[in-house]
Design a protein. Structure first.
Length: 306
């Protein structure tokens, strides 16, 4: 049976479908309502969503792991530096103890990473993500067009190897109509939390707000495309490579999705097995084939038939 949180296995699930529970590790979430998104138990590395109650306080000792916290809602302060929603706080391993608090409560993402390599001289960081600059993201042999905000520093965003000594934590925006007709893999774990928009990726499905995607090292995945654009938090624990290879029918699939996905209806997390249509481009138009009835052909754009 597939375990949704194990980093050795591919992951695709809706975060809101997980129950709130109490976790023993990492210790910062002990006694809190939490959702475990991914875990490498052997290395003591976790990705967790947690609810901080009003007047929450915690004295954090960074001796054992690097703590990174993203506020989705509410407020958090670090040694008195108070920030609200869309903030990023980083306490690298070995930087000592800090005082964490929340006045009104908060919904947060926590990245707890034992042994994360830290660049020399890099200390505690608190920033508002909305103040960080967007930068063009360019990766060798990959389509251009994505932009990103670097949260974990340093962060190389150009060439065949992306991230810093401890990999990357970025907010990435894929613009409307972005597509990659190939599949690719990475040299390390990749965990993605989707905040807004849509992304089609077989054989996962349609990725919507609240989707979680996990890709183990050397796991081939994609192609992918988006109609409305996609806003996603991407995390790796090592500098990441992304070699591509052709995917049979990939261009037809991404063209078909862009020809038919609604610009009006809001996307939602949908498993591949629940998709009712196969996307097949037909010249200027597109035919939809109902997967539950291969003989049921529907008119495409411009009235063309399959």
């Amino acid at each position: 049976m597939r375990r949704h949180f194990v980093r050795e296995e591919p992951q695709f699930f809706q975060i809101e479908g997980l129950d709130w529970t109490r976790l023993d590790e990492p210790r910062i979430v002990h006694g809190l309502d939490a959702r475990l998104l991914s875990r490498d138990a052997g290395l003591a590395r976790y990705t967790v969503m947690a609810r901080l109650p009003a007047s929450w306080a915690y004295r954090h000792d960074a001796a054992d792991a690097t703590l990174e916290l993203i506020t989705l809602e509410g407020d958090v302060s670090l040694d008195g530096d108070r920030v609200g929603a869309s903030a990023y706080l980083s306490v690298p391993q070995g930087t000592g103890s800090v005082d964490l608090r929340s006045e009104s409560g908060a919904l947060v993402l926590l990245y707890w990473t034992h042994g994360l390599p830290v660049a020399g001289g890099l200390g505690i960081r608190v920033t508002r993500i909305w103040q960080e600059p967007w930068q063009t993201q360019k990766m060798t042999n990959m389509p251009h067009g994505a932009i990103a905000k670097s949260l974990r520093l340093p962060d190389v965003g150009d060439g065949p190897l992306h991230g810093g000594p401890g990999g990357m934590l970025r907010l990435i925006f894929l613009p409307p109509g972005y597509a990659d007709s190939q599949e690719h893999k990475h040299n390390c774990w990749e965990g993605l939390v989707f905040l807004a928009g849509d992304l089609l990726m077989p054989p996962r499905g349609i990725i919507g707000p609240g989707s979680y995607l996990g890709n183990p090292a050397e796991f081939w995945h994609a192609p992918m495309t988006t109609q409305l654009g996609s806003l996603v938090l991407v995390q790796t624990d090592e500098p990441v490579t992304q070699p591509p290879r052709p995917y049979e029918g990939g261009q037809t699939l991404v063209n078909g999705y862009r020809d038919t996905a609604s610009l009006w209806q809001q996307p939602r997390h949908t498993e591949w097995s629940d998709l009712r249509h196969d996307y097949r481009s037909r010249g200027e138009g597109l035919a939809w084939t109902d997967l539950t009835n291969p003989n049921a052909i529907r008119p495409g754009i411009g009235g063309e038939q399959a």
